[in-house]
Design a protein around this ligand. Sequence first.
Ligand SMILES: Cc1cc2nc3c(=O)[nH]c(=O)nc-3n(C[C@H](O)[C@H](O)[C@H](O)COP(=O)(O)OP(=O)(O)OC[C@H]3O[C@@H](n4cnc5c(N)ncnc54)[C@H](O)[C@@H]3O)c2cc1C
Length: 455
Amino acid sequence: MADFDLCIIGGGINGAGIARDAAGRGLKVLLVEQGDLASCTSSASSKMIHGGLRYLEFFEFGLVRKSLAEREVLMGIAPQIIWPLEFCIPHKNAIRPAWMVRLGLYLYDHLWPRKTLPASGQVNLARHEYGEPLKNGEGVGFTYADCWVDDARLVVLNVLDASSHGATVKTYTRCEKIEPLSCGWKVTLKDLLADKEEHHTARVVVNATGPYAYEFLKSTGQVMSDTPKLRLVQGAHIVVPRLYIGTQAYLLQMPDKRVIFVFPYGDYTLCGTTETDFNGDPVESAALPSEIQYLCDALNENFRRKTAPKDVIWSFAGVRPLFEDHETDARKVSRDYRFYEDKSSGNLLLSVFGGKLTTYRTLTEEVMAVVRGEFPSMRESWTATKKLPDCPVDFSKPPTDDDLRYFIKKEYARRSEDILWRRTKWGLTLPPNEVELIKKKVPALVKEITGHDAA
Ligand SMILES: Cc1cc2nc3c(=O)[nH]c(=O)nc-3n(C[C@H](O)[C@H](O)[C@H](O)COP(=O)(O)OP(=O)(O)OC[C@H]3O[C@@H](n4cnc5c(N)ncnc54)[C@H](O)[C@@H]3O)c2cc1C
């Protein structure tokens, strides 16, 4: 008998969500992540739980409907990290005629029933506060609501809940090999902190490695003639000193027909994103000077307050793992997910290609439907109504050693950047001397708590 029912490779939102769902249904789950939880795409998103208004332009009605439905579900299960956000779209007739925006917003309002968020509307920017920070603060501003999320914490909370349902979680552990057995898979892992190899067996392997999905199959010798490929598209964001007072966000229409999101981010303003084809190692993606300039230009085109690259306090980039459909325009490549099921060895290897933060939970339910064939007595779906756990740390107060201990003991943090940039955003909000203090303290605390040196 295999040690585990399910071995999930990848601790981004998809792997975390699958681990939670499967463990709560009674499966024996092993979740393996080569770095920190959410260290790749899932902490570098635009942080929106949204239907995806702009996908309507490409007739992705099914994806928008599914995402709008999930927006309601996720607001219900994670109100501690998901917040409503009202957007204003300054109208630019030369880019999209008003009837088109109105039609899009009508569909957005009606593709799925809203329970709490307001319907779309229209304001006169010359008289409304939303017009104040804008350079051309007159004419029409269309309004609609979506949500934003602490993306890295969404991953961590899913993992905590998976673990409370019995899942085994190994971070800084790379899956190096999978080999078919007569019933299941032998999985070879490398604990990167202890520099130790370990072996486990699992009935089913789920490849949830996001932008690495194809490479993972290639490196483990599992590529078949019909294995789909991924298109990797980098998106960069910048964080600048707060551009305006007010809680509203803006969706800016660019002359190249792209849209840019701008929203308040604590004491700052967050702005993104770009779309640049990407070829390197996804974990090393970083905002290019040209992307930073593009985003500054977008802000300067629309806001009174000037922004130059030197004003950028923080930038980050992530790589979208998009299902390759050979579309030349990256904007048009679907943001929906697909599965690739390989049973050629007699054992199920299920790979996830693409997806969005917003739809991670429906993705996990569909993964469960696929693996039900292997585990017919598995329990029914449950994640739509069960709240994600809370965090005892008060993020508004200065960090204490107990907070650091909590993140290491309970939330799998192993390096100072895990705490500074993913469990919290203290890397951005604390003064440099306090950040340095945390950097100094964490290795000793990790050693004290885990017995290992921080890598
Ligand atoms: C710029 C940008 C903006 C976005 N904005 C939004 C948004 O606003 N809203 C939204 O809904 N979606 C958004 N998305 C999409 C969303 O972020 C991604 O779809 C999602 O985060 C992908 O999650 P994942 O779990 O598949 O991949 P990842 O988060 O990349 O996780 C995969 C993990 O697998 C690990 N891994 C790889 N190989 C191995 C191995 N051999 N062993 C162990 N671990 C391994 C990696 O280290 C990685 O952590 C955005 C994406 C980008 C890039």
